[in-house]
Design a protein around this ligand. Structure first.
Ligand SMILES: [Zn+2]
Length: 272
C-alpha cells in the first residue's frame, strides 16, 4: 500500500508517528497551519510557527524518509482579532516561496462570525493574487452546512479563484455534494470522536464516486489517529474495493491535486 497524508499536524506528533506512517506506506505528509490549542498573542508567535512549518519540521520528517510540505495562514479560530490577522497575512510573502509551501490553508470558518468571514476573504484574495492553492477548514457539527455555504459563496464571488485549485476539507454527507458541484475538491477527515469514520467515508465514495476526493487523518494534539488513512484502506479492501480504486483515493488523487503546486515534488515521480 502507498498513500499520501494530505492533512496532518505533525508538529504535535511524536517521532514514532513518523516511523509508523512510513511503515504503513506513507510517501509524503502535508501540514496545514492551524490553531495550537491556545490562542497566540502576537504576530511574532505566528512568525515562529511559520519558521517551524517551513524549516524545522521538513528536516525532522526527512530523518524518517518522509517529504514534508506545508500550508500557511491564520486559522479561523484566531481570526476574531482582525488587526492581528492582518499582521499575520502581512508575514505570508516572506514564507510563500519557501520550497515546501503548497498554498494558503487551512483557512475557513469556525463559528461563522462576521470577523472570521472578513479574514477568510482577506486570505482568499491573498491566494488569488499570489496564484496559490487553497485548503479550507469547515466548521463542526451544527455550523458545518451554513459555514460551507458561506465559504463556497466567498470563493465563487472572487473573480480569480479557479475551483480546481481549492480543496474543502472535513466534508460530511450533507456537504460533499455542494463542494463537488462547485467544481472544487472535497477532503474527508477521519477522527475517532467526530467528523468522519472510515465506514462513513467509504459510504460517501460509494455514493459520490472517487473523483476529486481525498482522505486525511488531520492528526493533531487532540484525540486523533495518524494511521487513519491506511486503516480506512484496509476497510475498503474488506469491502472488496479494487486495489486501483483504493490507490486512486489515497495516493493518486492527492498527488493530482497537490501537483498543481510547483513545490510539490516527490522523489522519483514526475508531474501528472
Ligand atoms: Zn487541520
Amino acid at each position: 500500500m502507498r498513500y499520501i497524508e494530505p492533512h496532518a499536524h505533525m508538529v504535535s506528533r511524536v517521532t514514532d508517528d513518523y516511523t509508523r506512517m512510513r511503515l504503513a506506506g506513507c510517501e509524503a505528509v502535508c501540514e496545514p497551519a492551524f490553531w495550537a490549542g491556545f490562542d497566540r498573542n502576537s504576530a511574532e508567535g505566528f512568525y515562529d510557527y511559520f519558521c517551524q512549518l517551513t524549516e524545522h519540521e521538513p528536516k525532522r520528517a526527512a530523518k524518517f524518509g518522509l517529504p514534508h510540505f506545508s500550508w500557511l495562514c491564520i486559522n479561523s479560530k484566531e481570526a476574531e482579532n482582525t488587526a492581528l490577522a492582518a499582521e499575520v497575512v502581512a508575514l505570508l510573502p516572506r514564507f510563500i516561496d519557501k520550497p515546501n509551501v503548497l498554498g494558503i490553508g487551512e483557512i475557513g470558518l469556525n463559528k461563522n462570525t462576521r470577523n472570521e468571514l472578513k479574514v477568510l476573504e482577506m486570505q482568499i484574495d491573498f491566494a488569488a493574487r499570489h496564484n496559490q492553492l487553497i485548503l479550507v477548514h469547515t466548521p463542526h457539527l451544527e455550523d458545518k452546512l451554513k459555514g460551507t455555504r458561506l465559504i463556497l459563496d466567498a470563493l465563487k464571488q472572487h473573480p480569480r479563484i479557479q475551483p480546481g485549485h481549492v480543496i474543502i476539507d472535513h466534508v460530511e454527507e450533507h456537504t460533499i455534494r455542494l463542494v463537488l458541484d462547485a467544481g472544487m475538491w472535497a477532503g474527508m477527515t477521519l477522527y475517532p470522536e467526530s467528523k468522519c469514520t472510515p465506514a462513513r467515508a467509504i459510504d460517501m465514495v460509494e455514493t459520490c464516486g472517487v473523483d476529486r476526493v481525498w482522505l486525511n487523518s488531520a492528526c493533531d494534539w487532540g484525540v486523533s489517529d495518524p494511521l487513519a488513512v491506511p486503516k480506512t484502506a484496509l476497510e475498503m479492501q474488506r469491502r472488496t474495493h479494487s486495489a486501483e480504486m483504493i490507490d486512486r483515493f489515497i495516493y493518486q488523487n492527492p498527488l493530482k491535486f497537490l501537483s498543481q503546486s510547483p513545490h510539490f515534488r516527490l522523489p522519483g515521480i514526475s508531474k501528472l
